[in-house]
Design a protein around this ligand. Structure first.
Ligand code: GLN
Length: 457
């Protein structure tokens, strides 16, 4: 812990960390030592981790990357945080992210942009960009992230690490600052599928008394299938019988040739391991962008209404009356992307527009989920790129929200369907930047996804 704290501080120019509490970290490390000395053993006992600043934590400030929550100290830990702590993990600090997890480049953080360790002129992806950069730069062995529309998978892809978003409802949302509640999901970001499996085993599980969308499904050991051949397969061809579906919509002209080349090279390795590739279709892929960018802002506009400067959040120093206080506090506290989404969300939920936008989006969301179920009759796992390009230059898309939204094309549909998805390092593309392979499984198939990823690593 001491070594990694020093290393994190030495590399503060990456912008990955937002807060430390050295005394608390060292006290946690000592407590883990005492548990080890007493004979306790466990894969996370004494392992240093860091949390995306969207998880509330006792003893560290929680800002969600926003000025709105500057200086906020939570009186309790998020369930994911307390479950990792119970397993003996030591918290090194809080990691930078896009404001309220809205973004794809981590350039929407109110504090500092995060730099990609592979090329510091480029973004690390977002919104879990601090988590991705910290793991990729070896400032921490693993970190937590959250994924609403790709925020674990895309930064993992941009920084050459492994990340998994489990089935919606698998990890508790209790203590996760809410962005879009029907999509938000926590997951681990680490160097390998094996490390992700170890973390996810501690993070996931029912929390039905505190999160009404938590799935009442017993906790699992996600490491159980690692290194095992599939049923009926031999060790030399461990993935024999695995059908990997390639959606034609993910391999078209919209994806950069360098990214496609890296993804195809990874897929041919899978063939050598015994898997077969089958062509499938996810015909509504293109619609996932407008559908997501209606549903997510709608839910965000409702969730963020709590930041009124009275019960929660920044309060303007000077104001005339109550309405003026709300207006000034919210204008000062929220950054431009968050304000844009509150306005879009309020618009699509308003009387006269609800049916045309919000309701329509919900109907198409259902069809998108059905397309996946249709696809899973033809394959066991779906694979493709995570993002259409490698990490772009910092600033390149900052003034163009639509360009950011379009770059989410391959991750949004999985989120809308609530399916588990992961990013596995596939190779390198343009400018020698990392490229991730996306693997998507059916509900509760995290164990099989991690097994598939591990076989390639
Ligand atoms: N890039 C997407 C957005 O801006 C996804 C973010 C996320 O998954 N939190 O909404």
């Amino acid at each position: 812990a001491q070594h990694l704290l020093a290393r994190a501080k030495e590399h503060q120019n990456l912008g990955a960390y937002l807060a430390f509490n050295e005394d608390l970290t060292l006290a946690q490390a000592q407590a883990a030592d005492a548990r080890i000395a007493a004979g306790e053993r466990g894969p996370l006992l004494g392992v240093p981790l860091a949390h995306k600043d969207i998880f509330v934590t006792q003893g560290f400030p929680t800002t969600a990357g926003s000025k709105m929550l500057a200086g906020y100290q939570s009186p309790f830990d998020a369930t994911v945080v307390s479950q990792l702590a119970a397993a003996g993990a030591v918290t090194l600090g809080k990691l930078n992210c896009d404001e309220f997890a809205m973004g794809s480049g981590n350039d929407n953080s109110a504090y500092a942009p995060v730099h990609n360790p592979w090329d510091t002129a480029r973004v690390p992806g977002g919104s879990s960009g601090g988590s991705a950069a910290a793991v990729a730069a070896r400032l921490v062995p693993a970190a937590t992230g959250t994924d609403t529309g790709g925020s674990i998978r895309q930064p993992a892809s941009f920084t050459g690490i492994t990340g998994i978003k489990p089935t919606y409802g698998r990890c508790s949302r209790y203590g996760m600052v809410a962005f879009a509640s029907s999509l938000d999901q926590a997951g681990p970001m680490a160097r390998s599928a094996a490390d992700c499996a170890t973390l996810l085993s501690a993070m996931a599980g029912p929390d039905i008394d505190r999160d009404s969308t938590s799935l009442d499904h017993p906790a699992e050991d996600y490491t159980r299938l690692l290194g095992l051949a599939r049923e009926g397969a031999m060790a030399a061809m461990p993935l024999k019988g695995l059908r990997i579906g390639l959606p034609t919509e993910f391999f078209g002209a919209g994806c950069a040739p360098d990214v496609l080349a890296a993804v195809r090279a990874a897929l041919s390795e899978y063939e050598k391991l015994g898997a077969t590739l089958v062509d499938i279709s996810l015909p509504r892929t293109e619609l996932s962008i407008p559908v997501y960018y209606i549903i997510a802002p709608a839910e965000a506009s409702s969730n963020l209404s709590r930041f009124d400067g009275v019960k929660f959040g920044h309060r303007a120093a000077k104001f005339d009356d109550l309405a003026d206080m709300y207006k000034k506090s919210r204008s000062e506290g929220f950054g431009p992307e968050v304000q844009r989404r509150i306005m879009i969300g309020t618009y699509v939920l308003s009387h006269g527009y609800y049916d045309a936008y919000y309701l329509k989006a919900q109907q198409i969301r259902r069809l998108i989920a059905q397309d996946f179920q249709q696809a899973f009759t033809q394959c066991d796992v779906i694979a493709g790129p995570v993002a259409p390009t490698v990490a772009w230059k910092i600033g390149e898309k900052s003034d163009d929200p639509v360009a950011n939204y379009l770059a989410d094309i391959y991750t949004l549909s999985t989120s809308l369907a609530g399916l588990p998805g992961m990013s596995v390092p596939a190779g390198f593309g343009a400018a020698n930047m990392p490229v991730g392979l996306q693997l998507v499984g059916n509900y509760f198939k995290e164990g099989e996804l991690l097994q598939t990823a591990h076989a390639f690593q």
